[in-house]
Design a protein around this ligand. Structure first.
Ligand SMILES: [Zn+2]
Length: 255
């Protein structure tokens, strides 16, 4: 790839050319900045766990979390990159891709209404296939999906296949971490009412029950992704909590 060409095209797009020229530039940038789905690690154990970040570059720093949580759990990992690439730290202008990956929808613009398309369905199918390959089986025992939001200061975990009791255990383990360090407040289903409920992924995408028996869909607030010290502190805490959680699930101690 030519970085010079990429920089030159991004600079040209920033100068707001007419729409026809802009689309030619965007099309070339889409070639230069490919959208990819990559199985980074495969889970080899009896218990199929996968950590995935489906919105890398758009949800800034989620690859960082995925790259640390997956080894801590010895899980599989999947990274999907550049499908929603406007305003990410990699692509500073929109190049016209708004595909949601973990559900079969896309939008016409950032934050726009979502609609199902053949392309979006194909991408979602590829992503689900990558999750299954990474987990080493067609139905995972646990999918942990890492996302980023900037709506408020709390972590939200939308869940499937998790009881009140189990969610309370996860929250208690996290609260133990909060006693030692400054961490964001945690909201978790089914105990709490969330803004990011991941309904569409639960019904039609990666959180479907035929893909995974349980899911934790983790939305991390922006201040805890952007700031290096906070990011490292939160990531360490999540690694510890999730490690304890997975160990308990494997041994059948709780739940
Ligand atoms: Zn996301």
């Amino acid at each position: 790839m030519s970085d010079t060409e990429r920089e030159r095209l991004i600079a040209a797009l920033k100068r707001e050319p007419d729409e026809d020229s802009a689309e030619v530039i965007r099309a070339r940038l889409r070639e230069l900045i490919p959208a990819t789905i990559e199985v980074r690690d495969v889970c080899t154990g009896e218990f199929a766990v996968v950590v995935a970040a489906p919105h890398v570059s758009f949800d800034g720093w989620t690859e960082y979390f995925c790259n640390r949580i997956a080894p801590a759990l010895q899980s599989g990992s999947v990274i999907a990159k550049n499908f929603r690439d406007d305003d990410g730290h990699d692509v500073p202008v929109s190049i016209g891709r708004h595909i949601h990956v973990n559900r079969p929808t896309e939008s016409r613009e950032r934050g726009g209404e979502e609609f199902e398309t053949e392309l979006a369905q194909r991408v979602c199918d590829d992503y689900v296939r990558a999750l299954r390959e990474s987990g080493g089986r067609s139905q995972l025992d646990l999918l942990i999906e890492v996302h980023g939001h900037h709506r408020h200061a709390q972590i939200e975990i939308a869940t499937t296949g998790i009881s009140d009791f189990e969610a309370r255990k996860i929250r208690d383990m996290y609260l133990m971490k909060c006693a030692d360090a400054e961490l964001p407040q945690l909201l978790i289903e089914p105990l709490d009412k969330l803004y990011y409920t991941a309904e569409s992924a639960k019904r039609k995408g990666s959180l479907r029950s035929d893909v995974t028996r349980r899911a934790l869909h983790i939305e991390i607030p922006k201040p805890w992704r952007k700031d290096a010290v906070r990011r490292a502190g939160l990531c360490g805490a999540l690694c510890d909590v999730l490690k304890q959680y997975v160990a308990r699930l494997k041994s059948g101690v709780i739940f």
